[in-house]
Design a protein around this ligand. Structure first.
Ligand code: MG
Length: 158
């Protein structure tokens, strides 16, 4: 059994879509990134990579590589879920936190879980929590969104 931790954050900007956990969320701003800025997907991807001992998301999908410009983070996540499978591991459990002052994310958690299932993470094996930061720090000031994830991997078929 292996455990991994992941963290990511992205800055808000007007004129782009807000995508979290693969779900598009109605809001007046989105998150700036080389990819689609999906901080939750990136945190989960890094948690799985941590459990695999395979470095981090930047090693696998360099942000100076045009190939990943505007890429769907669910697609990147699926690549890493498949990598875990190829190494004989399956996801036992994922728990995550999205920290955002706005918008309210609780109504979108089921949509996120459904979207993440397209990356090969069953909805029954992931928990997503949405929190504010009580007005403190960059998330509290509404400058961006942060996400944290932990992933437990088990040997496949055990
Ligand atoms: Mg990121």
């Amino acid at each position: 059994m292996r455990i991994g931790i992941g963290y990511d954050s992205h800055r808000f900007s007007a004129g782009c879509k807000l995508v979290l956990g693969g779900a598009e969320i109605p809001f007046e701003m989105g998150l700036v990134s080389h990819s689609d800025g999906d901080a939750l997907c990136h945190a989960i991807t890094d948690a799985i990579l941590g459990a695999l001992g395979e470095g981090d998301i930047g090693k696998h999908f360099p942000d100076n590589d045009e190939k990943w410009k505007g890429a769907s983070s669910v697609t990147l996540l699926k690549t890493i879920v498949d990598l875990a499978g190829s190494k004989g591991y399956e996801i036992t459990w994922i728990d995550c936190i999205v920290i955002a002052e706005k918008p309210k994310l609780a109504p979108h958690i089921e949509a996120m879980k459904q979207a993440l299932s397209k990356a090969g993470i069953p909805t029954s094996l992931i928990n997503i929590k949405a929190k504010t930061n009580e007005g403190m720090g960059f998330t509290g000031r509404g400058e961006g969104i942060a996400a944290q994830a932990v992933c437990l991997l088990g040997k496949a078929g055990q």
